[in-house]
Design a protein around this ligand. Structure first.
Ligand code: FE2
Length: 441
């Protein structure tokens, strides 16, 4: 509700593209999710409104008929006021329900659904930022805080030794280079507070061994300045850098630059929440709003490639003794505003490269967590031994999408982990997506 606070009523209801949702829809849908918990587990719970069940369901076949996604912006009812009332009703009933759970036998199952509901809500908070950017961009009065300056120069690539690597979430204990133990919900200190490390989605499990060749990975995300060179070298006009499907997208969509880039009097400008800026003034910030196709074309142009998700995760988790893995690039401590640029920083933008030296890994790779989600070459498929924990949440999307890692400036701190697998289609670019490159050795 704090994110949407600067919106006017008119802003809540329109849909500016098929891939985005009106803000009012997110506000109602996240409460709809909690209402499904009440319907299943609160004896005698009465549905608030059958119409709302239809309008606020996203894609869950198991919860009945729903409005088609592209039509979410074709209805003015429920109104914003009614949606907020629905939200308050569900919140109030959920709090009462949680109070009543003490000592109840199936409370573990219910609490895991509540945690999922909170993680789901955090995913929608991030989507809300993408959608408000598409809807209003610099017309939105975002409470932007100043970005920290770049304090170190970040250059070159880190050489990383291959071999066997434990990929995936092992219960939040960092892995220690040994076989996994699953201890969800409680971290090593017995702390039950909602850290990002004491929860994982089913798609991050089970931890399993993979073999990696030796590889090198960029110490910095690809910057707007780097990407501008690709554009100026005719990158969008030269088929040789592109996958066939990517080249089709370039021609069909008339792409000449990332989303939110505008050409004014022959000069590339970037529009974001703070206004319209010459791309050259943002040259040392990570490029964002590129599709997998654009990231891959850039990588080919530089003679590199994108990393696999296992390479990315190894780089993000490797500790100083190289055999033990850690939870984050900087160690096991939870993310904070000194190490990463996540939603709590309030920048509403990627930060300059080199602005978070405390967040680097042992090889000097910067900003792996926060700023921009990073495309990998990996297909979004189940890990060996995958078991679905929630129907229709992650498992039904295991086809035709690519994995992105690391979170963005719109991701809440307690939501992100090094093992987190985000996924989008190769052509999508309205989310905060960037990349860094890799090579073999
Ligand atoms: Fe959802």
């Amino acid at each position: 509700m704090q994110i949407v606070a600067p919106l006017e009523n008119e802003d809540y209801v329109i849909q500016t593209a098929e891939f985005m949702s009106p803000p009012r829809w997110h506000i109602g849908h996240t409460s709809w999710f909690f209402e499904t918990v009440l319907r299943a587990h609160q004896p005698g719970y009465k549905v608030y409104s059958e119409d709302y069940l239809f309008y606020f369901n996203s894609y869950y076949e198991g919860f009945g008929a729903r409005i088609e996604r592209p039509k979410r912006g074709t209805k003015s009812r429920p109104t914003v006021k009614e949606t907020v009332a629905y939200r308050n009703h569900v919140d109030e009933r959920m709090l009462r329900f949680l109070d009543s759970l003490n000592g109840v036998s199936n409370s573990e199952i219910v609490l895991s659904l509540v945690r999922l509901g909170l993680e789901h809500e955090m995913q929608h908070q991030e989507l809300l930022v993408y959608d408000i950017k598409h809807l209003l961009c610099d017309q939105f009065d975002a409470p932007i805080k100043p970005a920290p300056p770049s304090s170190v120069k970040v250059e070159g690539m880190a050489d990383i030794e291959g071999g066997l690597f434990w990929l995936g979430y092992d219960g939040g204990n960092g892995g220690r280079g040994s076989s996994p133990t699953v201890r969800e919900g409680v971290d090593e200190s017995g702390d039950k507070a909602p850290h990002s490390k004491n929860f994982a989605f089913d798609n991050e499990k089970p931890a399993h061994q993979v073999f990696l060749q030796d590889f090198a990975i960029d110490r910095a995300p690809v910057s707007n300045g780097d990407f501008l060179e690709f554009i100026n070298d005719g990158g969008y006009q030269n088929f040789r850098w592109w996958f066939s499907e990517g080249w089709e997208a370039v021609n069909r969509e008339q792409w000449q630059a990332p989303l939110y880039w505008e050409l004014h009097d022959g000069q590339w400008m970037i529009r974001d929440f703070s206004g319209l800026h010459p791309a050259a003034n943002k040259a040392y910030e990570p490029v964002s709003h590129v599709s997998f196709y654009e990231a891959s074309a850039f990588a080919k142009w530089t003679g590199k490639r994108l990393p696999t998700e296992a390479e990315w995760e190894k780089a993000a988790c490797l500790g100083p003794d190289k055999s033990a893995r850690r939870l984050f690039p900087w160690g096991d401590e939870s993310p904070d505003t000194a190490k990463t640029n996540l939603f709590e920083n309030g920048l509403w933008s990627p930060a300059p490269i080199g602005a978070f030296p405390d967040g680097q890994n042992v090889y000097g790779c910067h900003q792996m967590i926060g700023d921009v989600w990073e495309w990998t070459t990996s297909d979004y498929v189940p890990y060996p031994g995958f078991k679905s924990e929630f129907d229709e949440y992650n498992d039904k999307w295991f086809v035709n999408q690519k994995v992105l890692r690391g979170g963005s400036f719109a991701t809440p701190q307690i939501h992100i982990r090094s093992t987190y697998r985000n996924f989008f289609h190769a052509h999508e670019r309205w989310m905060v997506s960037g990349f860094r490159c890799a090579t073999g050795l």
